[in-house]
Design a protein around this ligand. Structure first.
Ligand SMILES: Cc1cc2nc3c(=O)[nH]c(=O)nc-3n(C[C@H](O)[C@H](O)[C@H](O)COP(=O)(O)OP(=O)(O)OC[C@H]3O[C@@H](n4cnc5c(N)ncnc54)[C@H](O)[C@@H]3O)c2cc1C
Length: 419
């Protein structure tokens, strides 16, 4: 029998909300297998109303809950197992969180680059891209996905990889939410138990020149380096820089140039398990993070981009900036190889506001001409224009063909629907 949690059930308050939104769904179904996911999907389709798919519930787009509809919540599908005793193949349930994955893989001497938050779920991140702190060294999370199990709109359960249903496998890696519900994922993990992790705090007097210097430093760094920068309007920036590997001399050589980007207020570096970089807080989801985000990719942090970002922060709309490195191994993959096609840029640029703000949206419009492409996982404003930024023409047209075949009724219509 399906586990269905409805209003009035004592468990309902714990499952109705997600990290970025409150919700009041009519039913939250917690399947325990792919077969149950198919049954839950059939029930949701018969019932009608909005359908949300939830893995970790840490999605920025706030669409993994709803009002009055059904949520298929994969939290119970959270196993993490090694498929071969001495190898690097692991099978992970979409309901696992990346912090738990990092902790489980550590004793096996393995890790998978995911993102900067251990609370984020596997299903949401690994169906869009996965821009992580080992990205320049190892590529995106989806670049390590070797097979997946997915339930399509008709309730069929498919195992997809490069040989079996390669079109569906291609779509899962970048646009998974459009084509079905992923119930299991096999990854080829990397033999990296520890990394050099540095945290640097800077004073930032002028954002534009600081970003230009930061951009040049990241692009000149060896690809073992991935670097995420978090900038507030208060004249401070916090950087997380990871050197993938345990060679402390090489790590020091690679990290030192970052100390010259601007006035350093604090710094610390240590060799740590990758699991200590991506930790899970385990906080319950109460819609506590009222996120409003826009983003795009950039090849360099030069030209007008820095000035435009500085102007955005100066509007006083509370905007914070997150600049994540991409490039390196991410760009070794052909742009047509996965449904995530942004393989020539070096930076992901995200602006975060506390909540909806016309001032913020208007200021972001001025930044947009300096950007090149968009990551759907860092965007809260869905519109047809954004769709074409997320998926370039050739990708979008292939995706639409696949969508017509596997989801002709547009059942999965919540997350950048391509139909
Ligand atoms: C604090 C924070 C930090 C982040 N940092 C990073 C980062 O560094 N790098 C990065 O790449 N991303 C990052 N993200 C974005 C994150 O990857 C996405 O928001 C992701 O969707 C969250 O995954 P989830 O499973 O928790 O999401 P959920 O809220 O459970 O799901 C979000 C949406 O994804 C789709 N989805 C979820 N599970 C499945 C599934 N099994 N099958 C098909 N579709 C599914 C559904 O459309 C769903 O509505 C961050 C998010 C937050 C909140």
């Amino acid at each position: 029998m399906l586990d269905i949690i409805r209003p009035g059930d004592p468990r309902y308050p714990g499952v109705r909300h997600v990290y970025t939104a409150t919700g009041s769904p009519a039913a939250v179904i917690r399947p325990r297998s792919a077969v149950e996911v198919a049954r839950a999907l059939r029930l949701a389709r018969e019932t009608g109303g909005p359908l949300s798919v939830r893995s970790g519930g840490h999605g920025i787009s706030s669409i993994s809950t709803n009002d009055g509809g059904t949520v298929i919540d994969l939290a119970t599908l959270n196993s993490i197992e090694r498929l071969d005793p001495d190898g690097n193949l692991v099978r992970i349930g979409p309901g696992s969180r990346w912090g738990d994955v990092a902790a489980a893989l550590h004793p096996w001497g393995l890790s998978i680059s995911s993102g900067d938050s251990g609370d984020v779920g596997v299903g949401g991140l690994a169906t869009t891209a996965g821009i992580g702190l080992m990205g320049r060294a190892h590529g995106l999370t989806i670049d390590h996905l070797v097979a997946a199990e997915i339930v399509t709109a008709d309730g069929a359960i498919h195992t997809v990889d490069e040989e079996r249903d390669p079109d569906l496998f291609w779509a899962v890696r970048g646009a998974g939410a459009n084509v079905g519900i992923v119930t299991s994922m096999d990854f080829s993990a990397a033999p990296v138990p520890v990394v050099a992790h540095a945290a640097i705090q800077f004073r930032v007097d002028r954002i534009a020149p600081f970003l230009r210097a930061w951009g040049k430093t990241v692009e000149s760094a060896p690809r073992e380096i991935s670097a995420f920068l978090y900038l507030s309007g208060g004249g401070f920036a916090l950087a997380t820089v990871v050197f993938t590997g345990d060679d402390t001399d090489a790590a020091e050589r690679a990290l030192v140039p970052f100390l010259r980007v601007g006035p350093v207020l604090g710094r610390r570096a240590a060799l740590v398990p990758y699991a200590a970089v991506v930790t899970r807080t385990g906080m319950p989801h109460m819609g506590q993070q009222g996120a409003h985000l826009h983003n795009g990719f950039a090849v360099h942090l030069d030209g007008m981009l820095g000035d435009r970002l500085e102007a955005l922060v100066a509007t006083g709309s509370g905007a914070m900036l997150q600049i994540r490195s991409v490039g390196g191994a991410i760009n070794d993959v052909d742009a047509g190889a996965t449904a995530f096609a942004h393989r020539h840029q070096n930076f992901s640029v995200t602006a975060v506001a506390g909540g909806p703000s016309v001032e913020f949206d208007t200021a972001w419009e001025a930044v947009r001409p300096s950007l090149d492409g968009l990551y759907l996982s860092f965007e809260t404003a869905f519109s047809p224009e954004r769709l074409t930024e997320a998926f370039p023409p050739a990708t979008l047209s292939r995706l639409r063909e696949i969508k017509r075949e596997v989801d002709p009724d547009n059942v999965f219509d919540q997350n950048f629907p391509v139909a």
